[in-house]
Design a protein around this ligand. Structure first.
Ligand SMILES: [Zn+2]
Length: 114
């Protein structure tokens, strides 16, 4: 059972990463680099409620992604606010805190995304 959920989560991750990289043109949204690209979340992907929400992640180079995790989210947050606005930010934060039933939510996202 756990294996099955893990497989679905991986497929949802792969699909969402592709959607986000396509949207961002395969370059880092912070510095424009096209090298060592990674999938970076503003609100941790451990928050399942917003893990596959494209607005919560970007294409980011390894260097900027590392800085985001080591120095804090200020730079990414500033980029988000400039790109999507404060209402979108507050809405994302609110959605990240919504209680969800993990299995039900994963199944719902499989229907929506895959
Ligand atoms: Zn970068």
């Amino acid at each position: 059972m756990a294996d099955k959920i893990d497989q679905l989560i991986k497929r949802l991750d792969d699909k969402t990463r592709k959607i986000v990289f396509d949207r961002d043109g395969y370059q880092c949204v912070l510095c424009g680099s096209t090298e060592a690209l990674q999938w970076s979340h503003l609100i941790s992907r451990t928050k399942t409620a917003v893990r596959w929400d494209p607005i919560n992640s970007t294409c980011m180079c390894a260097r900027c992604h590392y800085r985001h995790h080591k120095q804090g989210p200020e730079e990414y947050t500033a980029w988000f606010l400039q790109t999507y606005g404060e209402d979108a930010y507050l809405d994302l934060v609110r959605r990240s805190k919504q209680p969800i039933k993990r299995l039900t939510f994963v199944k719902q996202k499989v229907e929506e995304i895959l």
